[in-house]
Design a protein. Structure first.
Length: 444
């Protein structure tokens, strides 16, 4: 057992108390030796709900991997790993996923000696097959968004993974929707506990208002522009069903002067990370995305969800609107409909007609921040404090003009006052950080 001080962790995270769902989950995991299924809507804090009790089960003195967390995509693996790091619990972890050499991950593994590994099923199997991860000490298995894992066709990979863990004692399954049934190969124990916090018959939070907007043309781009103008600088996700539609819509909005990020499965991993950081740290107030962004991305304070394309299923709709009104915030969702479209029957509640108000000015609201990419990270012994000091001393800006800083293994992102970008780039050109030459460039 790790003997972690939970109250100290909560204080560090700025959380006064766990919510009711998190308390029940913690009790189910630490108060029994059985399997646990957690059903709770998107945005209620499921990641912390299982991580806090899990780190209490881990033997902090052992250098072996004791828990695997299966995620359907790399974003959720990275994000969950980051949540664990932010707890400063002393439990070591890393995220593994496709799109980069397994050999590079193995090198990091040997340095980190993780006790918890987050990853996609295929990549976790790859490391187990190569003995990069020893299968003999893994006692705990978490399947996050297990409904999504099944939906994405990971049945065989998960079946192979679960069968290959001889010391596996307990399984923890998490979902935002009520799956029809848990597949037999998961081998859930009969004495397991179901923690069900899915609201009965309630599809979306009562804190979300549903609106419909009429587009006079079949092509909705002009209507979208006017709608976004009416939002001012509010944080907004625009959902579309196809990758090429995301590219087209994003290009149009950028041409019109909006500061946007875009996100879909056809992008390179580095580009996807760039785009998410721009949106989450306030350097872009609009994210144009496929439904890939409807799950596993925990970005606070999203005010508006816009359905440029109608969601392809009720489940897809639930996950989209789950991006707003997180915790106790309020939110709005908007369907843009041309003359041939209607709101699907599966949408509960009575949508309100939203008449787009005339914009007070034609100027496009711009975010206060911009994101810079720095080509050095933890591997180079670079910390957040080093980056802040470098920008203030060499770039000539005040600490209050620097926003969120995220330091990765080999690089870092930092948000700074948009009006200071050119000054910082000019004054830091050719300068070294901790005696090391590096790249500093804006994320566009």
């Amino acid at each position: 057992m790790s003997g972690v001080d939970l109250q100290h962790i909560l204080n560090k995270l700025g959380i006064t108390n766990l919510n009711e769902m998190q308390q029940h989950t913690a009790e189910a995991i630490t108060g029994s030796d059985g399997d646990v299924v957690l059903l709770s809507p998107t945005g209620t804090g499921k990641t912390l709900a299982y991580l806090l009790p899990l780190i209490q089960l881990i033997d902090s003195q052992s250098d072996t991997v004791q828990a695997l967390v299966i995620t359907p995509g790399r974003e959720l693996a990275l994000q969950s790993d980051n949540v664990l790091r932010e707890t400063s619990s002393g439990i070591r972890s890393m995220a593994c996923y496709g799109g980069r050499p397994a050999m590079d991950e193995h090198r990091v593994m040997r340095q980190v000696n993780p006790q918890i590994v987050f990853g996609t099923p295929g990549r976790l199997n790859d490391h187990l097959d190569k003995d990069n991860i020893s299968r003999y000490n893994i006692q705990y298995l978490v399947i996050d968004e297990f409904d999504k894992c099944l939906e994405m066709g990971f049945h065989l990979e998960m079946q192979k993974l679960i069968k290959s863990l001889p010391a596996l004692k307990r399984r923890f399954l998490l979902s935002a929707t009520n799956a029809e049934q848990i597949p037999q190969f998961v081998n859930m124990a009969k004495k397991g506990t179901v923690v069900d916090f899915l609201p009965e018959g309630e599809q979306t939070s009562e804190r979300i208002t549903i609106n419909k907007v009429h587009s006079p043309k079949k092509d909705k781009l002009e209507t979208l522009k006017k709608l976004l103008l009416s939002f001012g600088d509010e944080s907004t996700i625009v959902f579309l069903n196809y990758r090429d539609s995301v590219e087209r819509t994003n290009a149009y909005l950028q041409h019109e002067g909006f500061s946007t990020s875009h996100f879909h499965g056809g992008m390179e991993q580095r580009q996807r990370e760039d785009m998410l950081y721009k949106f989450s740290n306030g350097s872009a107030n609009i994210l144009v995305a496929t439904d890939l962004a409807s799950r596993g991305l925990d970005i606070p304070n999203i005010r508006n969800i816009v359905h440029y394309h109608i969601p392809e299923s009720e489940e897809g709709y639930i996950h989209r609107v789950g991006r707003t009104a997180r915790w106790d915030a309020t939110g709005r969702t908007f369907f843009i409909l041309n003359s041939e479209e209607t709101i699907p029957d599966y949408v509960d509640g009575t949508p309100e007609e939203y008449v787009i108000p005339e914009a007070e000015s034609d100027s496009i609201p711009q975010p206060n921040m911009a994101t810079l990419y720095l080509g050095k990270g933890k591997k180079d012994k670079i910390s957040k404090g080093d980056i802040l000091g470098f920008l203030c001393k060499k770039g000539g800006i005040e600490p209050k003009e620097v926003g969120r800083i995220d330091v990765k293994e080999r690089y870092a992102y930092v948000a700074i006052d948009r009006l200071k970008v050119e000054q910082v780039l000019r004054q830091t050109k050719g300068e070294k950080i901790k005696g090391i030459k590096t790249i500093l460039e804006p994320v566009k």
